[in-house]
Design a protein around this ligand. Structure first.
Ligand SMILES: [Zn+2]
Length: 84
């Protein structure tokens, strides 16, 4: 029999990447992102608190995680503005 090798961590297939993200408002991991590359926009929606945002900085290379990043920026910009 061959030598036993320690198995390397397998790469997860793309489909295993979770499509929910933590919500900056309610703290639940229930943010769902849909990217409409053809229409160059994306929607971000929290299934828990109902927080909703449309992101229009979308191009053919935009991934959900990029949308999430933009969404977080927008969220905190807005929150800062509200506090000020
Ligand atoms: Zn939420």
């Amino acid at each position: 029999m061959g030598r036993r090798r320690r198995q390397k961590v397998r790469r997860r297939p793309q489909s295993r990447i979770p499509d929910v993200y933590p919500c900056p408002d309610c703290g639940n991991t229930s943010i769902k992102i849909e990217v409409y590359r053809d229409n160059e926009f994306a929607t971000v929606k929290c299934g828990s608190c109902g927080l909703e945002e449309n992101i229009d900085e979308v191009n053919t290379l935009t991934e959900a995680v990029d949308v999430y990043g933009s969404f977080i920026d927008i969220f905190y910009e807005r929150r800062k503005a509200e506090i000020a």
